[in-house]
Design a protein around this ligand. Structure first.
Ligand SMILES: [Zn+2]
Length: 453
């Protein structure tokens, strides 16, 4: 393949995924009926379930399965003094230049020459532009100080440090995790949900003894890589890249990104930063509240260092869409070659785990089909979303379930009425297996577990 056909194929994969996401109900443009809103997206019925499954998988690994991490859910709007102390008011900026002709603004660090990329007009001197969204509290806009939508969830953790310590009695090392929305008024957006202005993050602040920071930094890079593998990301498409000094955030001593190989190149999906004691010390100084921990070993108060793994959920979804999108040539029932599309989600992540499909809409199949659906809905050993679909031809329904990544379809046919058996179809191999309804739950469980390995 030469470079330009390769490029076309890559772009067309992005186009195909965007189109599949809209057609099947994963992701819609925000405010679409009013023409949309720049780089903001809505998650539909399948997308919101996918997102929920990803968050639950992360929370399980990072919080529930550990003794040393607790969770928190802090507010999006916070006292403006927090952003002063954290350095975001002063430092969370991009250098922008404005075109004198067409008034468009550009990021100076991303321009190749000194004129407007659109109209070649002259550009102004650069000015620092803060990426935080501004709003205000109360009915009178002018009399209040502006407040900001949080650009990261981390500060809600730092300012609750003493509250969490005094209620949980945690000792070093320990972590506080949080999942929530954050907002950045990005100038350069794009590539679908890769860079958006409203997004959701899964963050943890892991507090450690200052002299153990580098060991824990490596540890959390590895834990994050392991989590990506567990949700089905090919480790060959992941790499760790260390930031050099000039791209590091103002609070950071060292940052490593986990990057995924997207069709347009490597892109950051998780950042693991060593934020040192910068935040706790800044907030101690600015608030007058002593944010430190009593160390039993030395009988002294100390300010811990903090390692922060921070993962964008929308970017994880983007990664999983590219990772799982599969096209396969197959021969259909009429002997014709056709392209089959499926999303190769792991059972844990798949928005629909099982679909129950009556072979046809014939009324005689309905009672047993409903019974099978109820059996799975109420199952104590199978969880997750169980779909029921009797809308079109069975071929089209299989095609739909493949496209949304459903690992298993259960088909009820006329034979089922006599022999009490149904067919289990595997998404990837399309192999079909006849099983007794009495053994259905265990058979499905076995097949789902096989798929995980
Ligand atoms: Zn211009």
């Amino acid at each position: 393949m030469n470079n330009s056909t390769k490029q076309n194929k890559q772009n067309s994969n992005l186009d195909k995924i965007v189109s599949l996401c809209k057609r099947r109900g994963f992701i819609f443009q925000s405010s679409e009926i009013y023409g949309g809103l720049g780089s903001i997206w809505d998650y539909g019925p399948l997308g919101s379930q996918l997102k929920r499954n990803i968050k639950e998988s992360w929370w399980k690994k990072m919080v529930l399965e550990r003794k040393d991490v607790v969770g928190i859910d802090s507010s999006i709007l916070m006292n403006t003094n927090i952003w002063k102390a954290s350095g975001h008011l002063e430092n969370f900026t991009d250098p922008l230049v404005e075109c004198q002709e067409c008034n468009q603004r550009w990021r100076e660090d991303q321009l190749n020459n000194k004129s407007c990329p659109d109209c070649a007009g002259n550009l102004s001197e650069s000015r620092l532009f803060n990426l935080m969204f501004k709003t205000h509290i109360g009915p009178v806009e002018n009399s209040s100080t502006p407040i900001y939508l949080r650009p990261e969830t981390a500060q809600g953790i730092f300012v609750n440090f003493n509250n969490v310590i005094s209620t949980t009695r945690k000792k070093l090392p320990f972590g506080i995790a949080q999942i929530g929305k954050a907002f950045r008024n990005e100038i350069t957006t794009g590539n679908f949900i890769f860079r958006t202005r409203e997004f959701e993050m899964m963050e943890m602040e892991y507090f450690v003894y200052p002299d153990e920071d580098e060991t824990w930094h490596k540890y959390w890079i590895n834990e994050c890589l392991e989590w990506y593998k567990s949700i089905g990301v090919n480790s060959k498409k992941l790499k760790v890249r260390q930031h050099d000094a000039k791209e590091m955030a103002h609070y950071s001593k060292a940052t490593s990104d986990i990057e995924y190989k997207f069709p347009w190149g490597w892109g950051e999906i998780t950042g693991i930063a060593n934020r040192t004691d910068f935040d706790l010390k800044s907030h101690s100084n600015a608030s007058g509240e002593n944010l430190s921990i009593f160390d039993d070993k030395t009988n002294k108060h100390l300010t811990p260092f903090v390692i922060e793994p921070s993962t964008g959920i929308d970017r994880t979804i983007m990664t999983l869409l590219f990772e799982s999108y599969t096209e396969e040539e197959s021969i259909n029932a009429k002997g014709k070659s056709e392209t089959r599309v499926f999303l190769n989600f792991t059972p844990e992540i798949a928005p629909v785990k099982i679909a129950v499909l009556p072979l046809s809409r014939n009324e005689s199949l309905l009672p047993l089909s409903n019974k099978v659906h109820d059996l799975l809905l109420k199952s104590k050993i199978i969880d997750g979303s169980i779909d029921f679909d009797d809308s079109q031809s069975i071929g089209r329904r299989y095609r739909r379930q493949d496209e949304i990544g459903t690992p298993i379809c259960v088909t009820v046919d006329f034979e089922s009425l006599n022999d009490g058996s149904v067919t289990i179809r595997d998404r990837n191999t399309m192999l079909q297996n006849r099983v007794k309804i009495d053994n259905l739950e265990l058979s499905i469980l076995k097949q789902l577990n096989n798929n995980t390995q």
